[in-house]
Design a protein around this ligand. Structure first.
Ligand code: SF4
Length: 465
């Protein structure tokens, strides 16, 4: 299917879409195949090989434990945070995995084979699952790639998947691959960017379902913030990073009782921190469009709902309209990054994760603040232009430093980008397409040290102790 808004905003668990959500999804697909192939009855042993970035930063990103859960048959969008803890504790205690929820097999994180220096041709985030019978004969094997944002591709099916994608795009009433095409459609039909996205989404579900689905996405984002604000202490992983959101929230409640607009920045920072602290602790988040960058869109949408002109007297319906419009527009821009570049930190560095999210958020904000399609495109362009070259160098391979603060900074950049675009008339020197292509090429040239391997930058210059 063509990439849609519900692919870019999916519900999952932290801390990483490419290293947690994607691998869990791939392992769950493998487990389902075992069930339907009948091979499950003859399984005697299992082997999991992890390649490239998954092997390099998998421990910090929860890849191995996510795979264990996927092999048990759990899916990232359905598993509850309590279930995660419960099952992982049981596996650790018994040393036994319930393969496909049915066959007990002695297996744990320590049994996985890590190949950080081996990069498979399709993508750096590769993983192979193999099961054997009692004679050590292979019963079933499959290799998957986690290509960013929780999306997975199976080895050998890349061309078929690409062809299917192209075919499905033909079914869209207003397909677009580039910002130029998107603007062209908008101009010829007299529709906003959000409207174009809505028309395309309606090819696969009703308008009512789309609205309900997007409002549900926003409610999960809000819940994530509320849960995070109640949790205190250190984030897991050994870096000793303290959760700051609960304290900041208490302080804001005291200092900003009257919701003075001068505190907008502090509230935006708070939302971004809360989401990313929850993500770092493996909690329930909305991948937007990745987990590492999950705080930016909620923080900017929060700004839109609380500080955009005219929101003081908004009804519940007006506020819901803002949420729907914002997410549709951000989704349209997300499609451009998926189509022309990448949203995977392992492929193009953090510019693909935080940069894309910032650009999507800027577009969403410009749209709900009354921007023309040209101004919306300009907002998305400004936000990405000033995230170009952003590297991925998470300390200790954990999605904590620089990721958590980086979301707050990128949210502020998105707000500024939208404001700058709205003060212009939409005409500008550098197009969004030119910036997206530049992002892709910069990512290609970037050393692998800065692409989610924790082998460069802050990851090697900051002592972990
Ligand atoms: S540095 Fe950026 S790309 Fe890398 S893990 Fe953190 S948020 Fe993701």
């Amino acid at each position: 299917m063509a990439v849609g808004v519900f692919d870019l905003f999916s519900i999952g668990i932290g801390p990483s879409s490419s290293h947690t959500v994607g691998p869990m999804r791939a392992a769950a697909v493998f487990a389902e195949e075992l069930k339907s192939s009948g091979a499950l009855d003859r399984v005697a042993s299992l082997r999991v090989d992890l390649y490239g970035s998954l092997a390099a930063t998998g421990h910090g990103h929860g890849t191995m434990t996510a795979i264990l859960l996927g092999l048990e048959g759990f899916h990232p969008e359905l598993i509850l945070p309590d279930e995660v803890e419960e099952r992982l504790a049981a596996i650790a205690e018994t040393g036994t995995l319930q393969l496909a929820g049915a066959v007990p097999l002695p297996y744990g994180v320590q049994d996985m084979v890590l190949r950080p220096l081996t990069i498979l041709p399709r993508h750096t985030n590769g993983m192979t699952f193999t099961i054997f019978d009692a004679e050590d004969e292979i019963l079933h094997t499959a290799t998957f790639f986690s290509v960013g944002g929780g999306f997975i591709v199976r080895e050998g099916e890349e061309d078929a998947a690409r062809q299917q994608l192209e075919e499905s795009k033909k079914e869209l009433p207003l397909p677009f691959r580039t910002a130029a095409e998107l603007l062209g459609r908008s101009q010829s039909k007299g529709l906003s960017i959000a409207d174009i996205m809505l028309v395309n989404e309606k090819a696969s579900r009703s308008e009512e379902d789309i609205r309900e689905g997007l409002l549900h996405i926003w409610s999960v984002m809000e819940d994530c913030v509320q849960v995070s604000l109640k949790r205190e202490g250190l984030l897991p992983g050994g870096l000793k990073v303290r959760r700051r959101a609960p304290d900041w929230h208490d302080r804001l409640l005291k200092e900003d009782k009257d919701r003075d607009p001068k505190y907008w920045q502090e509230w935006v920072n708070l939302i971004a921190l809360a989401v990313n602290e929850e993500n770092a602790s493996g909690g329930r988040v909305v991948t937007a469009p990745t987990n590492g960058a999950a705080g930016i869109i909620p923080a900017v949408l929060y700004y839109a709902l609380h500080y955009a002109p005219g929101m003081e007297n908004a009804t519940k319906e007006d506020r819901d309209d803002v949420v729907v419009k914002f997410l549709l527009t951000a989704g349209a821009v997300g499609v451009l990054y998926k189509e022309q570049a990448s949203i995977s930190g392992a492929e193009v560095g953090c510019q693909g994760e935080v940069g894309s999210a910032s650009s999507m958020a800027a577009a969403g904000l410009a749209e709900v603040m009354g921007g023309t399609p040209a101004q919306v495109e300009n907002a998305a362009e400004i936000a990405m232009e000033h995230n170009l070259g952003l590297t991925c160098d998470p300390i200790g391979g954990l999605v904590q430093v620089p990721c958590i603060e980086r979301n707050a900074i990128a949210a502020a950049k998105a707000i500024n980008a939208a404001k700058m675009a709205l003060w212009g008339d939409g005409s500008h020197r550098v197009s969004l397409d030119e910036v997206i292509v530049t992002m892709r090429e910069t990512g290609k040239d970037m050393s692998s040290k800065y692409k989610e391997t924790a082998m460069g930058g802050l990851a090697v210059n900051v002592a972990v102790c």
